[in-house]
Design a protein around this ligand. Sequence first.
Ligand SMILES: *Cc1c(COP(=O)(O)O)cnc(C)c1O
Length: 735
Amino acid sequence: MQGADRLMQGLKDKFPHLPEEVSGLRELAYNLWWSWHPEGRGLFKLLNRQGWYLSNHNPVKMLNRMDRSSLEEAAANPHFMRHYHSVMARFESYMNPKSGWFCDRAAFPERCRVAYFSAEYGLHHALPFYAGGLGFLAGDFLKECSDLGIPVVAVGFMYPQGYLRQMVSPDGWQVGACEMLDRENAPIRKMVDARGDPVTVKVPIMDPPIYLEVWEVLVGKTSLYLIDTSSEANEPWNRVISDRLYTGDIEQRLRQEIVLGIGGVRVLRHLGLDYSAIHLNEGHPAFAVLERIRESVEAGMSYQDAFELVRSSTVFTTHTPVPAGHDVFTFQLMDKYFGTYLPTLDLSRDELFRLGMSPARPDGFNMTAFALRSSAFRNAVSAKHGEISRKMWQQLWPEFSVDRVPIEHITNGVHVPTWIDRRLGDEIFNRYLGRTWLEEHDLPAVWEPIDDIPDKVIWEHHRSMKEMLIAKIRERARLKWRKAGSDPNNVMASGVLLDPAALTLGFARRFASYKRPTLLLQDMARLARIVSDPWRPVQIIFAGKAHQDDQQSKQLLQQVFSAAKDQSFGGRIAFVEDYDELLAQYLVHGVDVWVNNPQPPMEASGTSGMKATLNGVPQLSVLDGWWIEGYNGKNGWAIEGADGPDRDAKDAAAIYDLLEKDIVPLYYDVDEDGVSHGWTAVMKETIRMTGPNFSARRMAKEYAERFYLPALAAAMRAGPGTDRGGGKVDLFGGI
Ligand SMILES: *Cc1c(COP(=O)(O)O)cnc(C)c1O
């Protein structure tokens, strides 16, 4: 059965109370298309404004809670039905599989897809399958592939209990509460077979074997399949394999990666979803390479030929220079799991271990080394990260000079329809840039008329966004205050005294030591002077989670929290709990300056700053990651990043200098019309550069042109299948 039929069948039993006249809402609710198309969200809002907010913008939950009579009422309302038909028409035309940039430039048979594997996806706050940047990068990429018609099918994990809701105790310690995903009320669907039983896929490599169930998330035209180990068919201790993202237990982590890589390939095979090339987003899913080789060997190919074939159609993206980001498994553990599997590939233990050898750290099987050796297309995620990665991994290509090590770079980007403030787009860009700006946002020419936007328009729009952000933060604080047991100090620390008129800095990201979340607090006395200036006040909003097992980062969070509670800052420093996609939206739209101060060169790219600059929020950042490419002297501020033992003190001083000498005076240099024209000039520069250079569109086009097209072509040449003649095994058409 084809994917689409299966889906229709599976959705039939959803929303049994939905009247026939509006039955399209079924398909619409279960496709995240609505999450980046305002007209889709608008339709649900029109249907039930209160329900939309109470469900936290989740149409599945909202529709499940609505009763039949109110749905019938809507179906009888001509105003609603007019909107309904127009939105459904746009949805259907969007979903046309033959439309899109990619389809116009390449004609491959339908089975020529790229399978995209990632351990996390950040798509929407209703689907918390992410920890941070890697997930949002993957989520933004899937949406963009859908927009461009790049044929991708994606695989990931269902983390039934793995999402951390952050709370902070009165003494500033992060206490996590894991939130169970309410699967029946989420825009995901369990895959069932023709009889209606859950699809079950076996991962044989483990003893006892593990059975996987599969959930489907529709991301526009792209399908994402999430692996779920919680099946009752599994032993209780095996059900929890996918419970938590990035567990610190190394054996559990190996088991997760076996399930993701090997299990993921089996899932696609089981679903009958063919693909010709594979993209490993970071090293976690790299065991997929082995399972692809095994399939070819089983079909009669020699190991060597199979390896070459798989390698020629594998794309690998490395995402971090931080050592903890590269998994290394002991040989003993590897033996325990791969002992009986390797003979089915015709691969010896020595050969496998050689593929995962890192000469610089030869004490185990290194997933990054393995992925680099098993892929023909390899990239880092910014120009600087490319340099660092070539240096880091020259050990695998000792015959090459550093600059010739075969790791290229494709700089990350963000999905513009997801991260743009809708009013900025609809009311301002549509008017001054022309209505095609969104469709053509990666063309520099589209942004040329940016100077036509009157300064006052952009300044006042931003001011209203800042007011919305602060209102949101206060509302959260109020809810907390009402909860019995909330400490008044905590309520104060969470931003109740924020002032929409003050220059507002935002620092929001995962709390990890290399990101230096406490750098701004280096010199508390100087900071207090800056924030408390009665004429030109400055406020700072912090947000972010520490990994549950990372005590050091929790201490950093505690320091930030204690500054937020410190009366001497007068409530101008805030820590907002539970940073997630929704809060990120408010922050990147509403703060005045986005602050980023990692310890170079540890930030491979960073993407949150791009979300900010897209919305006219300039960055103050260390020159690291994407900012080395983004900063041009007119679109924000940069510090070099010092070396040596007192580098934190030096970097902090450089930031205070910039604030005192440049940023604060510029912001408050307001003319008679109430606008700082110097500031709006910087805002316009940030907007101008982001679409063409740091959009997911630019990024996805690069992946498609530089990697996917040649990888697909290589697969077509090597696996001719029935349509290309030749006696070779058809590796990619399903065996
Ligand atoms: C974009 C985003 C990130 C990644 O931000 P970095 O710049 O890589 O730190 C993390 N979390 C959320 C919620 C995001 O939206």
